[in-house]
Every structure is written in structure tokens, then in C-alpha cells.
Design a protein around this ligand. Structure first.
Ligand SMILES: *Cc1c(COP(=O)(O)O)cnc(C)c1O
Length: 353
């Protein structure tokens, strides 16, 4: 058994920075922010944002006030930290966060203070709806009281380039944002960056593409992989033909088999629905999962892999055949959910940019 039985999540900050630079080139002359909500999609908002900051990124987005406060501590003064879910005036204390104004009430509350105005154009989630937009367009004195860093909207179907809603949202945004002449605009998320020149704005807001999730589903992934999750083997055992493995005895060996048990499970965010559907990686070759994923353990068939021993580490996520996108498609979710589920028990190791 390995000396430290915890999994190691190795995050390649250089690859994240290289992904950001590629997106900057794609989006020029517009700028590119870093979206680091949900603890940097599970990879660690502080280290990720510090690496992007050192590379020249000066705008960051989080979802919650508390994420913004922690990020200000990590980054220090200077860069814009915008809070997508908004917050009450004063709640950011002296962290100088930038609220995203999602309702007409938010607009009134944050008069005179640097903010981002969010216009909903087709998500029906956050942002001023069409009725509130019309009211604001008619209220010149309320608009004059605003100090807007950006006016933004969010695309619902950017990962489907042929979807009609993309152009509809862009047209609605152009029309609605006209009430804020001279205010810079923010439009594309990761996938939106790949929709062409019509979706270039002053500030793009990519998240997933920075972290290596494919922003162009169905086409080859233009981004670099950024993480590798290495899990130590705890035990290897031999079983006979016809024996079963794990809860509910879902897998039965057809031949005498060698089974490796590794130290991760669904409590670490490796989804139980991947049972029987996924493989891990060792030495660039797939190692199939067998039996149920349990809370803290996963079993692998290593019958044909004598080089794997109880001193080995298995690449559970981020290797060949087990990228976040591979695992997501194996169990019917998206790479985002694989990343944001990454557990707290892994040791996070950062390779410098
Ligand atoms: C999460 C989020 C983003 C980033 O989206 P990705 O698809 O990960 O690039 C951008 N804008 C808003 C409003 C978001 O909520």
C-alpha cells in the first residue's frame, strides 16, 4: 500500500494559463476574464486566479459573495472581482467587489457604485427581464445614477452553434444595451467564444474552457487538459472465475481475475453512475472499472496488467479515455459536473505556470 493513501489532484496551472492565452487570441480585440466560481470549478479558485492574474488577467467572476471575499484575499487589490449572484450594498465590506445587478431593485440599491448590469435575453434565470429593461430605458435619471463597468447577458445555447436562440439573444442584447451608450459589453462564455466574430464583445467570460472542458461539443477539443487525478492502489487480489465484486454483486468474473482496489469513491465526487461504464488509465492504457463505485473505494480489473501493483497509482480522471468529458458522456452529464464534484479529500498539487 502507498505511503500516503490519499488521491492527488494535480492541476497544471501552465495549461490553464495557456488555455486563457488561446482564448485571448481568439477574442481579440476583446478582453477575456477568468470565471472561477465554485472554487475554480473544483480546481481551487485562489491558485487558478493567481496564475491568471500573473499572466495579465484583470477581471474575475465568482457566483457568491463569500467566494468573492475569499478571492479578494487571494488576489489583493486591483483586479475586478464580479459577483454573478449579486449582494446587498455594503456586504462586501472593504473587499471592493463588483455586484452584478440582476433586478431593477438591485439597480436602485447600488446607485452610484461601480457595478455590472445583467440583461436577461433568453435564460429567464437572473438579469433584468424585458419589462424591467423597458422601465430602465425610460428612467433616464436612474440610468444616470449608475456607474457601470459592463452591461452583460448570458447565452443559453452557445454550445449548439446552429441554435436559433444564439442570434436571437445577440440581437436582443444589442437592442437592450443601447440604453447604456458607451458602456463596455460582456457576452460570451466559453462556448460563445467559438461562435464567431459576431459574438466578440469587450469582455468574454469563459470558465470551463480554461479548465480543459471541450467548449465545442461534437468537434475536437481545442483546449489543453489541465488536471490529473492519481489514486493509489490499496490492495490487489486474485479471484476465481464466476466470483462477484462489490455491492449488489453487479459484476461477475468470466475467468480467474486480478482486481485492484483504489482509494476513491463517490464521496470524492466520482459519480456512482459511472459504475460499469468507465475506465481509468495506467501508462496511457485503459483500466476498466468493475463492480459498483462505493463511497470510498473503486475496483478495477487488472488481470492483463501485471505491471500494476499495490505500489501503483491509477489515473482516475484526466488520463487517456477518462478526461472529464469522457466520464461525463459515459454517465450522461457534462464535464462541468465532473469537475465541480471533485472531492475535498484529494490533495491538490499545483504545477507552476
Ligand atoms: C458560469 C458562467 C459563465 C462561464 O460559463 P462557461 O460555460 O463555464 O464558460 C459565464 N457567465 C455566466 C453568467 C455564468 O454563470
Amino acid at each position: 500500500m502507498a505511503t500516503d493513501p490519499r488521491g492527488r489532484l494535480i492541476v497544471d496551472l501552465g495549461a490553464i494559463v495557456a488555455n486563457w492565452r488561446d482564448l485571448c487570441a481568439l477574442h481579440a480585440p476583446g478582453k477575456v476574464a477568468g470565471v472561477v466560481k465554485a472554487d475554480g470549478y473544483g480546481l481551487g479558485a485562489g491558485p487558478v486566479a493567481q496564475a491568471l492574474r500573473a499572466a495579465g488577467c484583470d477581471s474575475f467572476f465568482v457566483a457568491h459573495l463569500q467566494e468573492g471575499m475569499a478571492l479578494r484575499d487571494a488576489l489583493g487589490p486591483g483586479p475586478m472581482i464580479a459577483v454573478l449572484n449579486g449582494f446587498r450594498p455594503g456586504d462586501d465590506e472593504d473587499a471592493h467587489l463588483t455586484p452584478v445587478l440582476n433586478t431593477l431593485g438591485d439597480v436602485r440599491d447600488h446607485r452610484g457604485r461601480r457595478a455590472i448590469l445583467h440583461l436577461d435575453t433568453g435564460m429567464a434565470r437572473l438579469g433584468l427581464d424585458a419589462r424591467e429593461q423597458a422601465a430602465l430605458a425610460e428612467d433616464a435619471s436612474l440610468r444616470a445614477s449608475l456607474d457601470l463597468a459592463y452591461v452583460m447577458t448570458h447565452l443559453a445555447c452557445a454550445d449548439e452553434p446552429a441554435h436559433a436562440l444564439n442570434d436571437t439573444q445577440r440581437a436582443r442584447f444589442t437592442q437592450a444595451a443601447a440604453m447604456c451608450p458607451g458602456v463596455p459589453r460582456s457576452l460570451a462564455n466559453s462556448s460563445g467564444l467559438f461562435l464567431g466574430a459576431g459574438f466578440v464583445s469587450d469582455l468574454a467570460r469563459p470558465g470551463c474552457a480554461l479548465y480543459g472542458v471541450n467548449p465545442t461539443p461534437g468537434a475536437p477539443n481545442p483546449m489543453r487538459q489541465v488536471l490529473r487525478l492519481e489514486i493509489p492502489v490499496l490492495q490487489i487480489r486474485d479471484i476465481g472465475a464466476g466470483e462477484t465484486i462489490g455491492y449488489s454483486a453487479t459484476w461477475r468474473s468470466s475467468r480467474p481475475s486480478r482486481i485492484a482496489t483504489i482509494a476513491a469513491g463517490y464521496a470524492d465526487g466520482y459519480l456512482r453512475s459511472l459504475s460499469g461504464r468507465a475506465s481509468a488509465d495506467h501508462g496511457g492504457r485503459p483500466v476498466p472499472l468493475v463492480g459498483r463505485v462505493s463511497m470510498d473505494l473503486i475496483t478495477l480489473d487488472v488481470t492483463d496488467r501485471p505491471e500494476i501493483t499495490d505500489a501503483s497509482h491509477i489515473t482516475l480522471i484526466g488520463g487517456s479515455g477518462c478526461t472529464p468529458d469522457d466520464l461525463a458522456s459515459a454517465c450522461g452529464t457534462i464535464g462541468y459536473e465532473i469537475l465541480t464534484s471533485l472531492g475535498a479529500r484529494y490533495v491538490r498539487v499545483y504545477t507552476p505556470a
